[in-house]
Design a protein around this ligand. Structure first.
Ligand code: WT7
Length: 653
């Protein structure tokens, strides 16, 4: 990678073709779309296959099947093949616990441990295709068990350790997982999170669970149910040292990961083995220019797709060294992250705009205390990054030396779709723009009818051709797969995002176009929040709106009507907020709960979300003529005014 990247300030945005097309990238992108099969078969050859594919792509819309007939193993790809080279003595994982202890795993240690974990699963009777739920803190056992599952062909479903028992149970119930792997606890901000208790509660509700494997992390006593719960340490005593990796069909699922959609039920996104790995392997070469000497740190939790691709599968497939940090970003002091960058010589650092905004508030004196000169490249993901935040990140973390890759993607896309690709060729960066689609990604911005729109106009982001990272299905719900992604713009993948392309062809991502919020970069469906709210006995109806928040991007605001005979009170407000934390998890905690007499609805009974959104964002109602239904403008105005008053008065007390 050359360090010659240019930054275009937002004030002097160039027009015309000065930036685009850049030769190498443009040529590659053109070639990839002209003959995708040829392009992706060349990329696929970078991996190790037991058997080469018969066909690169079977495209029976809306299902794409990549490298059909091919066989490979994700664990072999990320571990075994490195152990056959000098990398056996190279660091694979630098682990840092919140409490300050550390573990360093070389690739040969990773190989040994993964084999033993795979043997543990095998001895419990886990077979190819079985689903295994992982509910673990950010400790090495999390990637170890993901890879161990992949080794024997079991399908992992990682459940973010901040989710509640109910949320966990929903996911386990959907997958019918037989085994949960959890820990006696995890550390967060100095406190112990009682993961085993939550897992126990989930298991009580989920009859599919036969065994719970417990990793010792905190040493706190936890109840163990005889015959069901097993300490990992005892199982490892009996484990074999070698377990042959199972040659898996390229189209066999590697994992299921749940994400929020527009209904109350989260979607089980199914990713393939071959396509997913090929896509991610290439993307990390192009986007992060990941190399032998890279020390790669993605700060996401492994429980999100970012962690799956950017902590585990992509960097390990490249044989890079990764950093895995267990705890809170600003604990015990607000420079914890910068301390870690300095300590391990991190060269590639990948985080979310929410985190950068938080550190910006703490002030640059904290990063300035540290030698961050090992950094070569910075990344951003999960939500749009505001130009001022971009500039701060560029200056105080990157020392005005490191390009920032603003990477746009989704749980469903498996890997990065729109981003600068300094590993192909540095292009001029524009703060706030994710820039250009990766090779093989046919992204366009269209109007409601699906026609491509001119530069400068806002529309819907769609992808016109399948790519290898595309999800295979929604687990157990093919109809929802079809409806969510392929029915809005037939033949194209609908992302659910608003976007704009500028004169240079650069993409600007403008947030969700559907009923999904992005709170601190985490995706939460309004329907999921509303369902959880109305499960509180005092609540009659609920509606959720996302309010712009200077740190989190979006914050949750609840509008609630109460059941007859219940009166609003500050205690009830707190109780409802608590209830949401309990039902979903801390990420669902609302910033405000407003009690209202009625929710603004159209005549057909749909909640007027645009109106709620306008109220919480302090915006005017805008163009009322486009409101659906025959609801009168007056009614809408009245509802708007009364809600505004309620939210204003709530602010005062
Ligand atoms: C949604 C997907 C896969 C990464 C983690 C989030 C938003 C993601 C960006 C970006 C603007 C972004 C979109 C997208 N998003 N990256 N660089 N700029 N918005 O995965 O939870 O599936 O959420 O995150 O709205 O649709 P996810």
């Amino acid at each position: 990678m050359s360090s010659s990247h240019e930054v275009d300030s937002a004030s002097s945005l160039p027009t015309g073709l000065r930036l685009w097309p850049s030769k190498r990238y443009a040529e590659m992108h053109r070639r990839s779309l002209e003959d995708p099969e040829r392009f992706w078969s060349e990329e696929a050859r970078k991996l190790d296959w037991y058997k080469t594919w018969d066909r690169v792509l079977d495209w029976t819309p809306p299902y794409a099947r990549w490298f059909v007939g091919g066989k490979l193993n994700a664990c072999y790809q990320c571990v075994d093949r490195h152990v056959k080279t000098w990398r056996r003595s190279k660091v694979a994982i630098y682990w840092e616990g919140e409490t300050g202890e550390t573990r360093v795993l070389s690739y040969s240690t990773l190989f040994r441990e993964v084999n033993r974990c795979a043997s543990v699963l095998q001895k419990l009777g886990v077979k190819k295709g079985d689903r295994i739920a992982l509910y673990l803190p950010m400790i090495p056992e999390l990637p170890l068990f993901m890879l161990a599952c992949a080794r024997i062909g079991a399908v992992h479903t990682v459940i973010f350790s901040g989710f509640s028992a109910q949320a966990m149970c929903d996911r386990i119930f959907d997958t019918q997982a037989k085994v949960i792997i959890t820990a006696d606890g995890g550390y967060r901000r100095g406190k112990i999170v009682a993961l085993k208790d939550i897992a126990d509660e989930a298991a009580r509700l989920c009859p599919s669970v036969e065994k719970i494997i417990v990793v010792k992390r905190t040493g706190e006593p936890v109840p163990m149910t005889k015959g069901r719960d097993l300490w990992l340490s005892s199982l490892l005593d009996e484990a074999e040292m070698l377990v042959k990796p199972e040659p898996m069909e390229s189209t066999h699922p590697l994992y299921i990961l749940y994400t929020s959609g527009t209904t109350g039920k989260p979607k089980g996104v199914v990713h393939s083995t071959g396509g997913y790995l090929v896509f991610n392997n290439s993307a990390y070469e192009w986007v992060f220019d990941i190399r032998e000497e890279s020390v790669y740190w993605c700060t996401a939790d492994v429980g999100w797709v970012t962690g799956h691709s950017s902590i585990v599968y992509a960097p390990l497939s490249h044989g890079a060294a990764i950093v895995l940090y267990e705890g809170a970003p600003d604990y015990p002091t607000v420079d914890r992250w910068w301390d870690i960058v300095e300590k391990y010589g991190v060269s590639i650092f990948y985080t979310s705009p929410t985190a950068v905004r938080m550190f910006m508030r703490y002030g640059e004196e904290w990063p300035l205390k540290h030698d961050l000169s090992s950094l070569e490249l910075l990344g951003s993901v999960g939500e749009p990054i505001n130009p001022e935040v971009w500039q701060w990140y560029y200056k105080y973390i990157g020392g005005e030396r490191c390009p920032i890759v603003d990477t746009w993607w989704q749980t469903e896309t498996g890997g990065i779709m729109i981003s600068p690709t300094p590993g192909i060729e540095p292009i001029p960066l524009k703060p706030g723009s994710a820039t250009l689609p990766l090779p093989g990604v046919d992204a366009v911005v269209v109007d409601a009818e699906g026609n491509e729109i001119p530069p400068g106009q806002t529309g819907f982001l769609i992808i016109r051709k399948p790519w290898p990272g595309l999800l295979m299905d929604i687990y157990g719900d093919p109809q929802r797969y079809q409806e969510s992604y392929w029915s809005r713009f037939p033949g194209s993948y609908y992302t659910g995002d608003f976007a704009m392309r500028d004169e240079d062809g650069y993409f600007w991502l403008l947030g969700r176009a559907d009923e999904v919020l992005k709170v601190a970069g985490h995706r939460i469906g309004t329907a999921e929040l509303e369902d959880a709210t109305i499960s509180h006995p005092a609540v009659a109806e609920a509606a959720v709106a996302g309010k712009p928040d200077p740190v989190k991007g979006e914050a949750i605001v609840l509008f609630v009507t109460l059941k007859k005979g219940t009166s609003p009170s500050p205690d009830l407000r707190k109780e409802i907020a608590q209830h949401l934390r309990r039902v979903i998890g801390p990420i669902a905690a609302p910033d405000a709960v407003y009690f209202v007499d009625s929710l603004p609805k159209t005549r057909s009974g749909k909640i007027m979300r645009r109106l709620l959104k306008a109220v919480v964002s302090g915006q005017s109602l805008g163009d009322l003529t486009t409101l659906e239904d025959e609801t009168s403008v007056d009614e809408v105005k009245k509802a708007y005014e009364s809600l505004r008053k309620i939210s204003e008065s709530a602010k005062d007390n």
